[in-house]
Every structure is written in structure tokens, then in C-alpha cells.
Design a protein around this ligand. Structure first.
Ligand SMILES: Nc1nc2c(c(=O)[nH]1)N[C@H]1C(S)=C(S)[C@@H](COP(=O)(O)O)O[C@H]1N2
Ligand SMILES: [Mo]
Length: 535
């Protein structure tokens, strides 16, 4: 007796997993040719992202931070592997139910892939080919497991010598000779797995699209700004260890979006369309955009999902063209009050028209971030940045369209999922050092952090130790009201457990509220507190 005689169920389950994995690899290969976004795991993941209820998504962002995508894909992988194992087992016990199960899941996946925003019917192809491969392989693999013992089954469910069972040519060879089955099984499975690895490697190599975009980005030379940003004053960065730097390096800049795979937008074919309630809709190419007089501006982006004390906030030097000029060129018609911006991957944001038309506000169609073309994750080749509004209602990455419309007529991506349709950034402050739950030596301790009230500006930051009085912190310099501001406070710390609390006051004299609010629906509020032990 071989292992397959004694444990055919286990081997059948393994067969299911291998068949599904090879199917995915084949689908990846087809996707590399059809469209990168059509890769079934990513398309299905994107579909999951869209249907997951908002609270669960918030929980995932809060719990896993920027690892949320890895967790999602990992979870999907585990669920799919379990389903595939079940399909293998079913295929052994009740053929062809396992194959039918695989086919049905694949059909759903194909529909999801083909109906994603920005997809075409062709996007079903990778999944369909992958599923066909998985089904054929599953039948072949499980066929090697069905020996004479199965032939005698009273329900006749699995007659290995019956060609109608579709078990394939290996069955006939294996069925009459116990002992060969297992070797056959391993041969078929091993060959299939090897083919899957080759398919996957080839798909990577063929993913020339993204490599072409990477190369195009590296070759792109940004023009010099016609309006240069004021130099960052030396006193803007206090250089305190543990304190977020005044300007956030691109690699450290937080990333939040719904895209499982970073959209690869070809800068040579990219256009921005300005449409809707305008006299003269028009399209702009990247070459045309780069030929316009560009403006440099420092501004701090913040995500509405940022919790009190959180790090979904970053400050950068942006290079771009004022959106108000684009709107003026198109000629905005009466009655409009909103601009719905759309990205290459079908995401949308609703930004109040008056904000974008404000002469005093540097709302930019940005192409540069800290002196380089936008990194792919941050919207290459072009995105919006708007001082004073949370990213979900303003900062569209990979932007392709600005549609002038009304809040009454159009609703943006997150506003249909429980978030407020308008999102002004709330006044906030954060303690970066000392970190929560750490120990510091008694004596002078530098407490430091950042505070932001984009477009209004920070006027004061105060720190409180335990229930003591509010003490005024020292503010660092800043380039202007659109960025965060560092602060520090020299604390004469005595031994024991202490709680540090921070609050800011904006340039309008508004004191940061102690009212605690969760991020949904329009941003968190409350004071950031840090518990430290002084030893
Ligand atoms: N295309 C697209 N743009 C998007 C998003 C998105 O999901 N898709 N998310 C927005 C949100 S919620 C935020 S906070 C900012 C974050 O920009 P960053 O990733 O460059 O920090 O991008 C905005 N732009
Ligand atoms: Mo966000």
C-alpha cells in the first residue's frame, strides 16, 4: 500500500492547492500581456476592498497601518488555499464537484476583474485561462489518485477506469498498478508546480509595462519652477532625535490609497481632462503641463483616517500648476460648486470649487515631490494637493479628470462609504518624543512634536505634565501656514510615572478641542497623551 492508498484525501487536497496555485500563475502570465491590473488576485482583492464595510476597513487601517494590503492579500491567500484544498478533496470523493467548485469561484473572479473601474471585458481573460488550467490540472492530478479501490465504490462515484470520469491518461496507467499512483501523482504535481514557477517568472519578466513607466519616470526632467518656494528657514527643523523631520523624505511619506497594485500610468499617453460644467472642456498632455509656469509650494498632507497621535501625515515640497488656472481656462459655469477628480484606477474625490478657485490657496496639479517626479506610489505622473483638506476629498493621485459639477449631483468614493462629503483638516498636535510607554532619565527631558492647522497656521502649543498647568512650548519656524510646525518643551522631569498632554492653538485663536472623536466620518479629535516613566 502506498501513501496515496492510505491518505488519498490529503493528497487530493494538496492537488487542489497546487492546481489553484498553478492556475494563478498562469493567470498572472496572461495578465502580464493583457493588463497588469487584471491579475486575478489583485483584481479580486480590489473587489474585496470595495465591498468590505467601512468600519472593517477603518479597523484594518488602524490595526495594520500600511501593512493592511499585505494582511488582506495574505488572508485571501489562506482562504483561497483552504477552498482549493476542499475542491481537491471533493474532486476525489464526488467528481466533478471539485472541478465545478474551482470553475464557479473562477467565474465570479472573472466577473469581478472585468467590472472593476477602468477595466475592460478583456480583463476577464487571465482569470478564465487560469481557471481552465487549474480545472484541467486538478482532474489530471486527482485522476492519478483514483485506483482500483475506488472502482469498487458502491455509489460508483469514482470509476477510475471510466473515461467519462475525465481522469485523464494517467489514471489508466496508474489504476491497475498500485504503487505507481503516488509516483505518478508526484510527477504530475511536480511538473505542474514547475510550470507554474516558470509562468510566474515569465509574467514578471513580461511586466514590461511597469518597468517602462519606471524608466520613463527616471528619464523625466522636471522644469525649473517659475515661482520658487521660499527657502526652509534653518529654525524650522529642531533636529531633536525622535522628532519627525520638517520635510518628510519621499521614502518615509505615508501612503494611503485603495490601489492594491500601484497604477502604472504611461506619462507619454497620460492626459488630464477638464470637463463638466465648463464652457470649453480641454485635455492636457504631460508635455503641455510641464511647459506651463510651475509653482513650488510646501504643504502638509493629512489622512482623515489618522488617529490622535498617528503618523498618516507628512510634509513635502510640491511642484505643480495651480488648479485655479486650469479651471479659468475651461471657464466654469454658474451653478457649479464642486470638482470631482478621478484617478486612472477609477477612484474619486469631491473638492469644493471655491477652495480650488481661491487665489490665496496653492491648490496644485502636482508633478514633483521634494525635487523629483512624483514617486509611482504618490501619483506619478500627476496628482492633486490642496492645502487644508484631508486627502480623501482633495489629493487624487494618478489624476486623469477634473469634472466641474455639484455636490447635489455627484458623490465621491469615500462619501458613499460613510465619510463626510467635505473634509477640512482638524487642528491637531502630536508628541513625537518621548515615545509612549518608554523610560527617560530624571532631569531635563526634551518633549517635542509637531502641530498642524493647514492653511490657518499654528500660533501656540502647550504641554501639560499630569494635572499641572499648561506650559507654553517653543515653536520652531515654518515656511507658512500650509505646513505643520515643530515644537519643543524643556521638561524638568522628576522620578515616577507621568502623563504628558499636548494641545495647539491656531492662528485664528482656536484652541484644539479635548472632545474625543474617532476618524469617521470627518477626522479624529482630542488631545494626544503620552505616558512615560522617569527613572
Ligand atoms: N487615486 C487615488 N488617490 C488617492 C487615494 C486613493 O485611494 N486613490 N487616497 C487619498 C487619500 S485618503 C489620501 S490621505 C492621500 C494620501 O496621499 P499619499 O499616499 O501620497 O500620502 O491620497 C489620496 N489620493
Ligand atoms: Mo486619507
Amino acid at each position: 500500500m502506498t501513501a496515496s492508498r492510505r491518505h488519498p484525501s490529503l493528497l487530493a487536497a494538496l492537488a487542489g492547492v497546487v492546481a489553484a496555485a498553478v492556475g494563478f500563475a498562469v493567470a498572472e502570465l496572461v495578465a502580464a500581456f493583457v493588463a497588469p491590473g487584471a491579475s486575478p488576485l489583485f483584481a479580486a482583492g480590489a473587489g474585496v476592498v470595495d465591498v468590505v464595510p467601512a468600519p472593517l476597513k477603518e479597523w484594518a487601517i488602524a490595526t495594520f497601518g500600511t501593512a493592511d494590503k499585505v494582511v488582506l492579500l495574505g488572508t485571501m491567500g489562506v482562504v483561497l488555499a483552504a477552498g482549493a484544498a476542499l475542491a481537491g478533496w471533493l474532486e476525489l470523493r464526488r467528481p466533478p464537484t471539485g472541478a465545478v467548485l474551482l470553475g464557479a469561484v473562477g467565474a465570479v473572479g472573472a466577473v469581478v476583474a472585468a467590472t472593476r473601474p477602468g477595466s475592460s471585458p478583456a480583463w476577464a481573460l487571465p482569470t478564465l485561462v487560469g481557471v481552465a488550467a487549474a480545472v484541467l490540472l486538478l482532474r489530471a492530478e486527482v485522476g492519478t489518485l483514483r485506483g482500483p479501490a475506488e472502482v469498487a465504490r458502491p455509489d460508483g462515484a469514482a470509476r477510475a477506469d471510466d473515461p467519462a470520469s475525465g481522469a485523464g491518461p494517467w489514471t489508466a496507467a496508474g489504476s491497475g498498478r498500485p504503487g505507481l499512483d503516488r509516483r505518478r501523482f508526484l510527477l504530475v504535481t511536480g511538473l505542474a508546480a514547475a510550470a507554474g514557477v516558470v509562468a510566474l517568472a515569465t509574467s514578471r519578466a513580461v511586466s514590461a509595462g511597469s518597468r517602462a513607466v519606471t524608466a520613463a519616470r527616471e528619464a523625466l526632467r522636471l522644469p525649473a519652477p517659475s515661482v520658487t518656494a521660499p527657502a526652509v528657514p534653518a529654525g524650522a527643523d529642531l533636529g531633536v532625535p525622535g522628532l519627525a523631520p520638517y520635510v518628510t523624505p519621499n521614502d518615509d511619506f505615508y501612503r494611503i490609497d485603495t490601489a492594491l497594485r500601484v497604477p502604472q500610468v504611461d506619462p507619454d499617453t497620460w492626459t488630464l481632462r477638464v470637463s463638466g460644467l465648463v464652457d470649453e472642456p480641454f485635455e492636457l498632455t504631460l508635455a503641455e503641463l510641464l511647459a506651463l509656469p510651475l509653482v513650488e509650494h510646501h504643504l502638509t498632507l493629512t489622512c482623515v483616517s489618522n488617529s490622535v497621535g498617528g503618523d498618516l501625515v507628512g510634509n513635502a515640497l510640491w511642484l505643480g500648476y495651480p488648479v485655479r488656472e486650469l479651471l479659468a481656462r475651461a471657464g466654469v459655469q454658474d451653478g457649479a460648486d464642486m470638482v470631482l477628480s478621478t484617478s486612472a484606477d477609477g477612484w474619486t474625490a469631491s473638492t469644493p470649487l471655491e477652495v480650488l478657485q481661491d487665489e490665496e490657496r496653492a491648490c496644485l496639479l502636482a508633478v514633483g515631490m521634494n525635487g523629483e517626479p512624483l514617486p509611482a506610489e504618490h501619483g506619478f505622473p500627476a496628482r492633486l494637493v490642496v492645502p487644508g483638506l484631508y486627502g480623501y476629498v482633495s489629493a487624487t493621485k494618478w489624476v486623469t479628470e477634473l469634472e466641474v459639477t455639484t455636490f447635489a449631483d455627484d458623490v465621491a468614493y469615500w462619501s458613499t462609504r460613510g465619510w463626510s462629503e467635505r473634509g477640512p483638516i482638524k487642528l491637531a498636535s502630536r508628541i513625537d518624543t518621548p515615545r509612549a510607554s518608554t523610560s527617560v532619565d530624571a532631569g531635563e527631558v526634551t518633549v517635542a512634536g509637531v502641530a498642524w492647522a493647514q492653511h490657518t497656521g499654528i500660533e501656540a502649543v502647550e504641554v501639560r505634565v499630569d494635572d499641572g498647568p499648561w506650559e507654553t512650548a517653543t515653536l520652531a519656524e515654518t515656511v507658512g501656514p500650509d505646513t505643520w510646525r515643530q515644537w519643543s518643551y524643556a521638561w524638568d522631569a522628576d522620578a515616577g510615572d507621568h502623563r504628558l498632554t499636548v494641545r495647539a492653538t491656531d492662528a485664528d485663536g482656536q484652541v484644539q478641542t479635548s472632545d474625543v472623536a474617532a476618524p469617521a466620518p470627518d477626522g479624529a479629535s482630542g488631545w494626544h497623551e503620552v505616558d512615560v516613566r522617569v527613572g
